[in-house]
Ligand binder design. Structure first.
Ligand code: HEC
Length: 93
């Protein structure tokens, strides 16, 4: 709950999402277990350049399909929205 409020405030205070400030911390928390570069068969999102290349797939899985992360998980709607906003705003570094 408090984390949701903090993130909601972060959206308001930083209307332009960047990989460095908002997206990487979320992806680190929710995705690095599988997409942090340690599993060779899965795409690595741990650098801006790699995440940028997959931005539309990331948006689709996280926002449209909500199929990532797979299974039961704690990813919040605010986090999903921040990823969506990042891509829609041109996926800034
Ligand atoms: C528990 C492991 C796991 C976690 C955590 C996870 N993924 Fe995945 N992801 C997979 C697997 C396995 C695949 C390949 C199968 C598939 O495409 O569904 C995949 C595929 C993908 C793809 C498609 C790759 C491509 O080349 O098009 C994207 C995009 C993706 N994940 C994004 C994410 C994002 C963003 C997160 C975090 C919000 C995340 N995943 C969290 C396991 C995971």
């Amino acid at each position: 709950m408090i984390a949701e409020i903090v993130l909601a405030m972060a959206i308001q205070n930083a209307p332009v999402m960047t990989y460095t400030d908002q997206v990487r911390p979320i992806i680190k928390l929710r995705c690095f277990k599988c997409h942090g570069g340690k599993i060779p068969t899965l795409p690595d999102f741990s650098t801006y350049e790699r995440a940028f290349k997959k931005r539309y797939q990331i948006r689709s899985r996280v926002w449209t399909l909500k199929s990532m992360p797979p299974g039961r998980n704690d990813m919040t709607d605010v986090e999903r929205k921040m990823i969506k906003m990042w891509v829609d705003q041109g996926a800034k570094k």
